[in-house]
Design a protein. Structure first.
Ligand code: S3P
Length: 438
């Protein structure tokens, strides 16, 4: 892709049915869990994007067979729960926090040595949040410097890990999942309690593999799999569309005049649908239709039409269900009547980039004076002038897509480093161009 993407104002509105790619979180987990089985798993609507391909690369390096029979399809054949093999070289998690953190949980119990690396962004992100609980289970993981940054090495623990009850200070699905995955191999059940429930795809998918998982309030508990034959890989997993990718169209369709969109097969797991709740509160015209379940996950078709939005307040309770959608919510807030106040969002500072700073600075170039950065959030003043500007994605896929939607809704934008969309939605700009031309 080019160094810069020029976004034109969508003067005729967005109409049509943009294709929503497979869910990123579920795609990662499907390859990991299938790779621990011993029979082939056919994964449909897999997200063929850089982040999930990092997970594929790591699983392959551990001896798991991964084939791509067709576009968006994957066949993963593992060698059993205890069949992963020592990688011959360093494992590369790329830009993917999910790959690194979940795989640390999966690999800490294995009887071999390995080292992880990743890109510059991942190398800055905190890993202590995973090292600490895994260490309590008996894992031996060593990172660079006091922050335990990448590169990170895992040394065989030398004994079975022990089950723990962990009280997590953060509501993070990556932390929770790392602990639960290590819990497959422990001497006793392992539970994680979070301040608010984070996305629960790991728990649901593990249950689909026959693993005993219990949930109560903010606690999830997994029982170790003591007999290989109790881990039963399903023949097929179909990944729903990613609501975090649909969010760009939910907001664009709401704020671009004359829009009407239909988004099909979108995952609507309650731990992910904060954006639907917040947009509804803002006055959006969104309808969720044809609700159904597949493989233990809820999905639906969602329609959206242009609406007059008004500002809202969002806080810590909803954040785990909304965490990846704050950049696109900022675009919605700039078009809303009144102020939008976002608090309890400190986790955004440790994402692919410091997203609170990035939103304040980059959105601020198009909407000068409209965004105030708080320590753990943002205040966004709506309906102020928005101008065309040259903005930077900061290598963050969600920034690139959110800035593009804002540009399309306003006077256009020039986005530097647009290629970051490869991380979760490689066809994003193609979809945008198609909608604009429709
Ligand atoms: C993810 C969990 C979230 C989210 C990320 C994907 C996952 O991260 O932001 O995009 O798949 O488990 P945290 O666990 O750090 O909140």
């Amino acid at each position: 892709m080019s160094e810069m993407k020029i976004i034109a104002p969508a003067v005729h509105g967005w109409r049509g049915e943009p294709v929503i790619p497979g869910d990123k979180s579920m795609s990662h987990r499907s390859v990991m869990l299938a790779g621990l089985g011993s029979t082939p798993v056919h994964i449909k609507n897999f997200l063929h994007a850089a982040d999930c391909l990092s997970t594929v690369g790591v699983m392959r390096a551990l001896g798991v067979r991964v084939e791509f029979p067709a576009d968006g399809e994957l066949v993963v054949t593992g060698r059993g729960l205890h069949g992963l093999s020592e990688p011959a070289s360093v494992l590369d998690a790329g830009n993917s926090g999910t790959t690194l953190r979940l795989m640390m949980g999966l690999l800490a119990p294995q009887p071999f040595f390995l080292t992880f690396t990743g890109d510059a962004s991942l190398s800055r992100r905190p890993m202590g949040r995973v090292l600490l609980p895994l260490g309590q289970m008996g894992a031996r993981i060593y990172g660079r410097n006091d922050n335990n940054n990448l590169p990170l090495s895992i040394v065989p623990a030398g004994k079975k890990l022990c089950g723990i009850s962990y009280d997590s200070p953060v509501a993070s699905a990556q932390v929770k999942s790392a602990i639960l995955l290590a819990g497959l191999y422990t001497d006793a059940p392992t539970s994680v309690t979070e301040p608010f429930v984070s996305r629960d795809h790991t728990e649901r998918m593990l249950a689909g593999f026959g693993v005993r998982v219990e949930r109560e309030g903010c606690t999830a508990r997994v029982y170790p799999v003591t007999r290989e034959e109790d881990y039963i890989a399903p023949e097929e997993i179909t990944v729903p569309g990613d609501i975090s990718s649909a969010a760009y169209f939910l907001v664009g369709g709401s704020i671009i005049k004359g829009s009407r969109l239909l988004l099909k097969n979108v995952g609507i797991n309650l731990t992910r649908t904060g954006i639907l709740d917040v947009l509804a509160q803002m006055g959006a015209h969104i309808a969720v239709k044809n609700e159904r379940t597949s493989g233990g996950e809820a999905l639906a078709d969602i329609s959206v039409e242009t609406a007059e939005l008004h500002g809202v307040r969002v806080g810590a309770e909803i954040m785990p269900r909304l965490v990846d959608e704050i950049p696109i919510l900022a675009a919605a807030a700039l078009f809303a009547e009144g102020d939008t106040v976002i608090t309890g969002a400190g986790e955004l500072r440790v994402k692919e980039t410091d997203r609170l700073r990035a939103i304040a600075d980059e959105f601020g170039k198009m909407a000068p004076g409209s965004i105030e950065e708080l320590e753990d959030g943002l205040i966004i003043r709506g309906k102020r002038p928005i101008c065309k500007a040259r903005v930077h994605s900061r290598g963050d896929h969600r920034m690139a897509m959110s800035l593009a939607v804002l540009g399309a809704a306003a006077d256009g934008a020039e986005i530097e480093e647009p290629d970051s969309v490869q991380i979760s939605y490689p066809a994003f700009f193609e979809q945008l161009d198609r909608l604009a031309g429709a």
